[in-house]
Design a protein around this ligand. Structure first.
Ligand SMILES: [Zn+2]
Length: 175
């Protein structure tokens, strides 16, 4: 059997902020307007603008029905509380592309987005595993009660309230 599925990367804000450059990575890249609006760094904006003009990065708004579908599933799992409007848009875009027969992979370091991906059988990759030449130190925190955890604890849910944990960079070092 010949598969005509094409590999596509869907970038969330964390992917762009942590240095994922669509120009140097093979394949098609998509993101959403809400992701772009979260990027304020001038250098990153230039990289994005060039990527868009070269056709290496496509901006697409997911259809309303897909956003509603993602919201519904995220409400069922409780992830809705830790997902931003941007996260929902990214997930909806990936789900829409998948429904069109593409094989999308979300590039994200967000636990809740990754959790939804698993639930919806969407592929994801963490930027840290993508060979980016920088080292990040993470803080794991609960968006509901604010408790912080060490990344070495390898837990995904808050020990106090059970909420799904978020991760953010608190220090970036060049290797
Ligand atoms: Zn908590």
């Amino acid at each position: 059997m010949i598969s005509n599925k094409k590999h596509i990367f869907v970038l969330d804000t964390s992917a762009i902020l942590y240095g994922f450059n669509p120009q140097i990575v093979e394949g098609e890249h998509y993101t959403t307007p809400k992701v772009l609006s979260e990027v304020h760094d001038e250098n990153l904006k230039i990289i994005l603008d060039i990527s868009i003009s070269l056709g290496k990065l496509k901006i697409k708004i997911p259809k309303h029905e897909f956003i509603e579908f993602i919201k519904k599933r995220a409400t069922e799992t409780g992830d809705i509380f830790s997902l931003s409007e941007t996260d929902l848009e990214v997930l909806a875009l990936a789900y829409e592309l998948k429904s069109e027969g593409f094989d999308p992979v979300i590039i994200t370091d967000d636990y809740s987005v990754q959790n939804l991906c698993t639930l919806l059988s969407l592929s994801f990759k963490s930027i840290v595993t993508e060979g980016i030449s920088q080292k990040f130190l993470w803080i794991i925190y609960c968006p509901a009660c604010g408790r912080t955890y060490k990344s070495s604890e390898l837990i995904t849910n808050c020990k106090v309230c059970g909420h799904i944990l978020k991760r953010k960079v608190y220090k970036k070092e060049s290797i």
